[in-house]
Write a protein that binds this ligand. Structure first.
Ligand code: PSU
Ligand code: MN
Length: 307
């Protein structure tokens, strides 16, 4: 049998020497996350931001029946063309079945990052509790994965069409600390202020690294969420977003979309409804999160594990 987990040589060396590494998911950079060619552009920009901040980017996914952490350029090309979305629970079956190309969500990528010894992960927005979850039960596996793996996740809050208040409640229940990056307001993806307050504010990567190391020293088993608002000049109008989200969700319901297909369907409809503005905003926040993640990874590399 081929190895289940393949760590790219550059990433492997960086992890071994304690150099900063930032894990990246492949779902947002595939057409399930952003329309062509914006998806590729976004990936290139994010990768460049991580590198220019002195960290090694580690794009994750599944190729030819192996989980990949740290795709090389050819592998990245193939992943960006992927259209099979893999959550954490899908990894084992996908690898065993020899799946040719699978893109990993936050839950799957956090799982792989932890397996590879990577402590920091940057994305756009994590999944969470969907509106109407009391009826549908639709709660993203991303939340459980954050609780289970010791990884710092940097995002601009949660996907814009979730029930943000319920998602924050669930994160509290799961024991996942939510740190506001230079803000005490939980960001709402395309909008800086989601209307909910955060109790912990951090001002730089060293503060995050200190909190993360301290939690681990105290036996905390899971990760943390760093909430970084979209850059001010890139944010969208909250009213416009609400309107577009409602239309997109109504369309998804009408088309009978369910389960893992909901997110890609709503994202596509949103991109159309906002005339591409949502795509630009998504790219801007992904880049910003990558820079923050690289700063945190650098601080962690300089902060030895406490006992
Ligand atoms: N948020 C976005 N774009 C995305 C996703 C989230 O703005 O593409 C993806 C991420 O990969 C996230 C996943 O982990 O959607 C969550 O999907 P679900 O709700 O089906 O768990
Ligand atoms: Mn779901």
């Amino acid at each position: 049998m081929v190895e289940a987990l393949h760590i790219g040589s550059e990433v492997r060396a960086a992890v071994a020497s304690g150099a900063p590494v930032v894990a990246l998911e492949s779902t947002i950079f595939s057409e399930l996350g952003l329309p062509e060619p914006a998806n590729r552009k976004c990936f290139e920009r994010v990768r460049a931001v991580v590198r220019s901040s002195g960290a090694v980017p580690a794009l994750c996914g599944v190729l030819d029946g192996r989980a990949i952490v740290g795709a090389n350029p050819d592998q990245a090309e193939r992943l960006l063309d992927g259209s099979v979305k893999l959550g954490a629970r899908d990894l084992g079956p996908a690898v065993a079945a020899g799946l040719d190309v699978g893109v990993t969500t936050v839950s799957a990528t956090v799982t792989l990052a932890a397996a590879a010894g990577i402590e920091v992960f940057a994305t756009g927005g994590i999944g969470g509790v969907h509106r109407g979850a009391d009826r549908t039960g639709d709660v993203s596996a991303d939340l459980e994965a954050l609780a289970r793996h010791r990884v710092v996740v940097v995002s601009s809050g949660v996907k814009c069409f979730l029930d943000v208040a319920l998602t924050l409640e669930r994160l509290e229940t799961l024991g996942v600390a939510v740190l506001g990056w230079r803000t005490d307001r939980f960001p709402a993806f395309y909008v800086r202020d989601g209307g909910l307050e955060l109790t912990t504010v951090v001002d730089d990567g060293r503060e995050v690294a200190a909190a993360f190391r301290a939690a681990a020293a105290l036996g905390h088993p899971g990760g943390m969420l760093v909430a970084n608002p979209i850059p001010a000049d890139a944010q969208l109008d909250a009213g416009d977003v609400d309107e577009a989200v409602e239309a997109a969700e109504a369309a998804a319901r009408r088309d009978g979309v369910s389960g893992g297909d909901v997110t890609p369907a709503v994202l596509t409809a949103l991109a159309d409804a906002t005339g591409g503005a949502a795509v630009q905003a998504n790219t801007a926040l992904a880049e910003s999160n990558a820079a923050v993640a690289a700063e945190i990874a650098t601080a962690l590399a300089q902060l030895p594990v406490r006992r």
